[in-house]
Write a protein of this length. Structure first.
Length: 459
């Protein structure tokens, strides 16, 4: 009876819990909160150090209004807005401040993307609301801190801030909402990866060139820093000013490596920023000239290697020479174009005189970098089918030589052990080594000959 009842007892199976929703907050609310937070945090990150420097200076009897206004001016300058100063318009934006503002917008957008439903419509609405909120707050700050005809112009704040917020904040929203973009063709994806690698190589070369130039002009740099510092507080202010300008210097040095000098005028001379010493558009000498000459070639080789590897991973085999050349050439041109965009962001002017145009000409940088890196990448992709087998052969020959050396050392140890036990190896100590070395040489030469015969001359 109990068994029958137990058989009739219904079995309750575990029901899996429904997956948690990506986000349930309204896109308007999330965009408003993220945009306001980005504006407040971005302004605070720039203004607080300025106020701290002012508070540490006991020689300035004025109130905190001036340092707060200066900090907000710098924050709005970081959005690439225009400032009207007594010396004239200031249009060159420190890329350090621009990157800081873009990072704040990206993080705010990523938070907003995680809290809204993961749909393209909601993501677009969130990004648009974030950008409008941020630019509205920025324009309000521009109007508030502008006095006497000096300060940021609201029109430039509106245009520059809106573009920056849409790009950085929109990217953060897309990442936070986990939206997957349409998958491009393998050639396009390989060219994109190669372009990013080429740009990174050029920027790294600019950093090395900056370090070499600063090292070569260490005496001048030390003297200029001592003359401008004016005590511990002045030295701290000078260091902070040079840190936010350092990305501009690296971009100008990368442009110089492509043959386009940067016009810096008096900023690179006595009384200017010490970090600009040696990058005044003059001729390069010594190690700096070697780095500048090898930068586009190295970038082209890196582009070709990344493109070939990406195409091989996508197609499951080595790509044809024509496909690799086209993709690598396009990636090199894209890398040069991206460097031109960075040169445009780093350029600007101060006043109306000889400092009205600072930095490298973006059009010339784009033309020079695209042609040099694109040609180097295409040539590297063309010779890769002949160079790579030889490089692999040399690598495998080195491994084989290490193996033979290990066997020879092992043979000597066995000979010594045999003699210690009273046994004489045949055909003798040196005879055994000569036989092994001859056999290893014959095997290596035969392997190299076989590799040479299989070289893809017809590809």
């Amino acid at each position: 009876m109990s068994r029958a009842l137990s058989d009739r007892t219904p079995v309750v199976e575990a029901v899996p819990a429904p997956p948690a929703a990506a986000g349930t907050r309204s896109p308007l609310v999330a965009g408003l909160a993220a945009g306001a937070w980005a504006a407040v945090l971005g302004a605070a990150v720039v203004t607080v150090p300025v106020v701290a420097v002012w508070a540490s200076s006991r020689s300035d009897p004025s109130g905190p209004g001036a340092p707060v206004r200066l900090g907000l001016w710098l924050f709005l300058l970081g959005t690439h807005a225009r400032l009207d100063t007594p010396a004239g318009p200031l249009t060159v934006a420190p890329l350090g401040l621009l990157a800081l503002t873009a990072l704040v917008l990206y993080r705010s957008g990523r938070w907003a993307g995680r809290t809204v439903p993961a749909t393209p419509v909601d993501a677009v609405l969130t990004a648009a609301t974030l950008a409008l909120t941020f630019v509205t707050a920025a324009c309000a700050l521009a109007v508030a801190v502008r006095s006497g005809g000096y300060g940021p112009t609201p029109a430039s704040v509106l245009a520059a801030g809106l573009c920056l917020a849409l790009i950085a904040g929109g990217a953060g929203v897309a990442v936070g909402a986990a939206l997957s973009p349409p998958r491009p063709r393998p050639q396009v994806a390989a060219a994109g990866v190669g372009a990013v690698g080429g740009l990174a190589t050029l920027v790294a070369a600019g950093g090395v060139l900056t370090a070499v130039s600063l090292t070569a002009h260490a005496t001048t740099l030390t003297a200029a820093s001592g003359a401008l510092a004016g005590g511990a507080l002045g030295g701290l202010s000078l260091v902070l000013a040079q840190l936010v300008v350092l990305p501009n210097v690296v971009v100008w040095a990368a442009a110089l490596s492509t043959g386009v000098p940067a016009h810096l005028g008096a900023l690179a001379g006595p009384g200017g920023l010490p970090v600009l010493t040696g990058l005044d558009g003059g001729s390069l000498h010594g190690a700096a000239a070697v780095v500048a000459a090898l930068a586009p070639i190295t970038a082209g080789v890196v582009v070709a290697a990344l493109v070939r590897r990406r195409l091989a991973a996508a197609d499951g085999g080595e790509p044809t020479t024509r496909t690799a050349m086209l993709a690598a050439g396009a990636a090199g041109v894209a890398a040069g174009t991206l460097l031109g965009v960075l040169a445009a962001l780093a350029a600007g002017g101060v006043g109306h005189d000889h400092l009205a145009h600072l930095g490298a000409a973006p059009a010339l940088v784009t033309l020079a970098a695209a042609s040099e890196v694109g040609l180097a990448a295409a040539l590297a992709a063309a010779v890769a089918p002949w160079v790579l087998p030889t490089a692999r052969a040399v690598s495998e020959l080195g491994a084989h030589a290490r193996t033979v050396a290990g066997e020879r050392l092992g043979g000597r140890a066995s000979i010594r052990a045999a003699r210690a036990w009273g046994d004489e190896p045949v055909p003798g100590r040196w005879g055994s080594l000569r036989v092994r070395a001859g056999a290893a040489g014959d095997a290596a030469s035969g392997w190299l000959r076989a590799q040479w015969d299989r070289r893809p001359f017809g590809r």
